[in-house]
Design a protein around this ligand. Structure first.
Ligand code: CTP
Ligand code: MG
Length: 385
């Protein structure tokens, strides 16, 4: 196994603007899209990244507490929240002030680009690591662009082949970004502008049409339509069984169950997590858990369910799907799930970024589950495209 350490990544999500052009009566990052705020949608992507990243949210001072709560919902762990400034640049600077010095790559992302996919974040990190300087996503400009005077008179056509409409997340080696902010003299509308002004090279890499910025009510409607998904959904099923091992700790449905007999397995034996992974992979046509993770990978020895769930989610999203919902049923005598059902549902839902419902049943004393030899879980997953 490679011994080089994993790169450390931080993502600063700026969400402190007022959203004047959207005019929704509250700051833009707190406006909802299909029941979730733009901020949560952005953090959902951060959570789906292959690189584990520190999340730093820059919010309006009076909404810092709300931002902390929303961030924890979306990420499953608390984020650092700081109050923003009166321009985007000042807000980014507030976020950069709390980036840990051990971080290698910093991504700066507009919460307003709520549908930017996790794969775009990963691609930017990867390109920064490869090249050692700043990388920003951009798309070719398709309209003919004119330079126009104040009075509306057309002066010239700008050569669009040399233009790129740039997006976020924009990624930089931490040192270069901090230097650029320390030297900043002008107020720029993006971070690459400052980094280039400080003399560092910045490249454009292919952007993603989903990373458009929600600026006007029309953009919000476009985002709603994209999320409402008119395509045919896809369904998948999965099941998993593990025998009890009284010497092991019990991990089931992403939770630790102290005092309960554990389940045998190469990983932690979390049959619920594994059944869900199989359901997700089968719905996406990506095979099954054994094919994707192998059955004896030493890195997965004792691994908890969230490792598998997170990777399965990343793969289905990379394949162009979004998880609609997941239902799981546990078949077995113990543990008694009801007292912790809500907790388990919340944990699994947070990891997958979609509702997970959990049920349980016994088999009236029949079969191996009835005899208390083990636990089975059966899962169904619905994917939307
Ligand atoms: N932003 C910020 N602090 C500011 C201004 C903007 O953190 N003082 C953030 C916004 O929250 C947004 C991103 O920078 O996620 C891009 O800015 P923009 O789209 O201009 O958002 P707003 O400034 O909120 O919108 P408007 O300009 O329409 O008021
Ligand atoms: Mg603005």
């Amino acid at each position: 196994m490679e011994s080089i350490r994993e790169p450390r990544v931080a993502v600063v999500v700026v969400a402190a603007g007022s959203g004047t052009r959207l005019g929704a009566g509250r700051p833009k990052a707190f406006v909802t899209l299909q029941g979730r705020t733009l901020l949560e949608h952005s953090l959902h992507a951060v959570r789906g990244m292959r690189y584990a990243a520190d999340a730093i949210v820059v919010a309006p001072a009076d909404l810092a507490e709300d931002a902390a709560w929303l961030a924890e919902q979306a990420l499953g762990t608390p984020a650092t929240v700081v109050a923003g400034g009166d321009t985007r640049q000042r807000s980014v600077a507030e976020g950069l002030a709390v980036v840990d010095p051990s971080v290698d790559v910093v991504l700066v992302h507009d919460a307003a680009r709520a549908l930017a996919p996790a794969t775009l974040f990963d691609a930017v990190v990867e390109a920064v690591l490869e090249r050692g300087y700043g990388v920003i996503p951009g798309l070719p400009v398709s309209d003919t662009v004119k330079r126009v005077g104040d009075d509306g008179e057309v002066h010239e056509t700008v050569d669009r082949s040399a233009l790129s409409a740039v997006q976020t997340p924009q990624g930089f080696p931490r040192e270069q970004l901090l230097t650029a902010y320390a030297l900043a003299e002008s107020d720029e509308t993006d971070d690459a502008g400052l980094v280039a002004a400080a003399g560092f090279r910045v490249d454009v890499v292919p952007g993603d049409a989903h990373a458009f910025k929600v600026t006007t009510p029309w953009d919000l409607r476009r985002a709603e339509e994209l999320l409402s998904g008119v395509a045919v959904p896809r369904i998948g099923t999965g099941s998993d069984t593990h025998a009890f091992d009284p010497d092991a700790e019990l991990w089931l449905a992403g939770l630790h169950w102290p005092g309960e007999p554990g389940l045998a397995g190469h990983s932690d034996g979390d049959a619920v997590a594994h059944a869900i992974v199989d359901a997700l992979l089968s719905a996406a046509g990506l095979g099954d858990i054994g094919g994707v993770f192998g059955t004896g990978d030493p890195r997965l020895e004792g691994a908890h369910g969230d490792v598998f769930l997170q990777e399965a989610r990343r793969r289905v999203e990379e394949a162009g799907f979004r998880i609609g919902n997941v239902a799981v049923q546990v078949i077995g005598n113990r543990p008694k799930l009801a007292p912790r059902r809500e907790e388990a549902q919340e944990r699994l839902s947070t990891i997958l970024g979609a509702p997970v419902s959990l049920g349980a049943t016994t088999t009236d004393g029949l079969g191996f589950t009835g005899r208390g030899e083990g636990v089975t879980a059966q899962a169904t997953a619905l994917l939307l495209s």
